[in-house]
Each structure stands twice: as C-alpha cells, then as structure tokens.
Design a binder for this molecule. Sequence first.
Ligand code: GLU
Length: 222
Amino acid sequence: MCGIVGFVGKQECSGILLEGLRKLEYRGYDSAGLAVYDGKRTNLLRVEGKLAGLAKALQEKPLSGSLGIGHTRWATHGRPSEENAHPHKAGPVVVVHNGIIENHTALRRELLQSGVVFNSETDTEIISHLVNREIAAGANLEGAVRATLRRIEGSYAIAVSSETEPDKIIAARFASPLVIGLGAGENFIASDIPAILAHTRDVLFLEDGEMAVVTGDGVRIS
Ligand code: GLU
C-alpha cells in the first residue's frame, strides 16, 4: 500500500502535497514524487527512499504552481528507483497510480510496437502513454482517461493531469481507495482522509468504477 495526493486551487501546492504524503506514510512506501504545473509545463521531482529526501530535493529545486499530484510508491513492477518512482510523464500527461495493471504485458507490447519509448519498468507508465495517445488523437483529458481505463484490467487509484488542460485533475478508482476533499476555491484528492484533514472536513468517497473531474471550482463525478 502507498499513497496518492492531489491539489487544484490558487495557492502554491508543493508544500500541501508533501504534507499530505507525510500523513499517508503509515501506508508504507519505497519512493516518492511530485508533479506540479507551473503555468507553462509540469515539472517532476522524484526520489528513491524517504519523504525527507523529497523534502530536501524540493528545497534545492522548488516546484512552483497551484495544481499538482503526488505519490508514495510501493513497488510491484520495477525495483524502487528514481526512474520507477511516480509521477510518470508522457508528452503533456502525468500520472500517479496505486495498484496493479494485470494486463500490462500485452499493453506494453502494443505500445512498443507503435513506437513508444518507455522510461521506466513500471506497469503504471502504460497509463500515461495510453492517455497521451488518446489526447494526440483528439480526445480531451476526461475522454482520454475514460478510454484508457476501458483498456486496463487490475486495481487502480489514479490521478492524472495534462498540460493541455491545466485547470483540472482526473481521479478514478477500482479496488484501491480514493477520496476527494472539497475546499473553497480549491479541491483535494487523497488515498485517505488524514492527508486532507488539515484543509477540509468535507469529503467525498469515490466508489469502484467512478471517476472525478476535479477543478478549483468544483468536482464532477461520473
Ligand atoms: N504498480 C505500480 C508500480 O509498481 C504502483 C505501485 C503502488 O501501488 O505504489 O509502480
């Protein structure tokens, strides 16, 4: 087990994301990372090991922006390393994922055959490439995530953002927990309530098979 956090609003969010991940440390992890959209592009910071390492990396290379996602990883596919740590980026798309993609071998083969270059050994990276491929073919982010999830077998809680629609995070779950925290002009995503309790007590629980489009102004679940 491990953790996901997400924030979209108007404040600087890297500290909020890091604090959220700290509250999820009890779930166990071997590496951690953040992705924050700075107004032009999404920047990543990932480390193997403890959150103290991520905090130090963040001091040396601050991530500025008010939309971001974070992750603590418990490796299932690919050893614990910086390259295998989440978020995973493909084109404009960044993804964090808890769970296991059971049909990853077939999907990876399909993507390799279409010329995709992988940067990690994870099953998760498949999601970022599939979403990127859908966007490149003309889908919006929500549609791209929806189409991707139809192809995936296994368990997942995911949070996805894209430089092409930098006002929103898409969250979805199947057999891995995910909650949405509602704030004023800002909203949160997390694997568990403690990660967002400092900011809101207004919480929605995503059910299996549901996805949420989360912006600063609202949350739409389908
Ligand atoms: N299966 C993914 C990986 O190995 C996610 C693991 C997790 O739940 O943290 O990267």
